[in-house]
Design a protein around this ligand. Structure first.
Ligand SMILES: [Zn+2]
Length: 92
């Protein structure tokens, strides 16, 4: 996910802004252009504190009553184990 997308994302439960509390960035070449994106991380609602994992560039945002808690919790705990860093090399 690209960092500028953060500006338009809101918590599906309370509608408040999300903040990036953990991130592992990665840069890739897409169509000849170097793109820096958040590859793994955790977004946190500034109001209700709900956590939303980011895994392999995908943000998992679901309303509380629609999400599979077991899956989301697994994703959050694996994102919490990733070290925060910025990798300058290209991969994938
Ligand atoms: Zn919220």
């Amino acid at each position: 996910m690209r960092e500028n997308i953060l500006k338009i994302l809101v918590c599906p439960d309370c509608g408040n802004e999300l903040e990036l509390i953990k991130s592992n960035k990665k840069s890739r070449i897409i169509g000849g252009e170097r793109i820096e994106e958040i590859w793994d991380g955790i977004l946190k609602c500034k109001n209700c504190g709900r956590l939303f994992p980011i895994t392999r560039g995908v943000v998992w945002i679901y309303p509380k009553n629609l999400m599979r808690k077991d899956i989301i919790n697994k994703l959050i705990s694996s994102a919490q184990r990733t070290r925060t860093r910025t990798s300058p090399q290209d991969s994938e």
